[in-house]
Design a protein around this ligand. Sequence first.
Ligand code: IPM
Ligand code: MN
Length: 352
Amino acid sequence: MDINIALLPGDGIGPEIIAEATKVLDRTAAKFGHRIRYTEALVGAAAIDATGNPYPDTTHCICREADAVLFGAIGDPKYDNNPKAKVRPEQGLLRMRKALGLFANLRPVTVYEPLVDRSPLKADVVRGTDFICVRELTSGIYFGRQGRDRHDTRAYDTCTYTIDEIEQVLRVAFRLAGTRRRHLTVVDKANVLETSRMWRETAQRTACEYPDVTVDFMFVDNAAMQIIRRPTDFDVIVTENMFGDILTDEASVISGSLGMLSSASIGAKCALFEPVHGSYPQAAGKDIANPMAAVLSAALLLEHLGLGAEGRAVRKAIDRTLAAGVVTEDLTAPGQRSYRTSAVGDFIAAQI
Ligand code: IPM
Ligand code: MN
């Protein structure tokens, strides 16, 4: 198969971890007889520096025409403490999500057995954790359809949802649950918010079409607690944009390192794959960042293109690498040797 990938390394450690992901992809393609063509494009602070725009039109065209987008990270500390900055790298990410229609963001949370003691939670609590958060990604308070503004002493953002927006992401979550343990948890704040009440009603209605999936409802504050109290009880969680943003950062702690979390952002026509960790500027250029989240994102990309055996091969290579203890410093036990980003990528590729 010919695969056309838009490659957006972005900022900070983005270029280093994406280089390891393409190393593993190339090895997989060679093994399974596929041809991958990469078209590189600018996004984030790198794009602002070069063009003044965090998501240039040329990048948008390259993404739209590709079979899938592989994305590194965006963000640069020079923008973080400057609330007056008119153009920010994050705008590039939000525009890209909206322009490509990437309405469903899937974030798997898996505890790998060799890393069970790396989690700050008790091994007995986290062992066997395997759930996926489906976060709505192109609406809600992030996109404040009724406006956002600031006047002297008052500022506001608005959270809106339409039934169609809720339904389309719910369907992704129901279908996903149907391929897994058939348990869906809908997270909202229906005791307070009107948008949440609409989420809950829509989920109750949609559930009739998926009788094999068990649905339960949880308020977001309680969900924040249950996710760390009993993470193995969850299979698929679906929620609105900002709740999903917060809960997935919390959930990432369970796996022991943010460096293990991959994600897929899916739309009707396009799909983008990215590690959940950010641009980690302190580590940029040092060859110490964990490339596994990027490699696992590449596995999701292959699976999305229908290449299940290829995706499995990559996952198996990660398992072998973890079992061999070839890991970056975020994953080492006290006294254990750590490996460089590129050495971990080499080792994973060699297991394919
Ligand atoms: C994420 C990030 C983004 C978000 C930021 C960088 C805009 O935190 O992908 O979770 O809030 O969606
Ligand atoms: Mn986030």
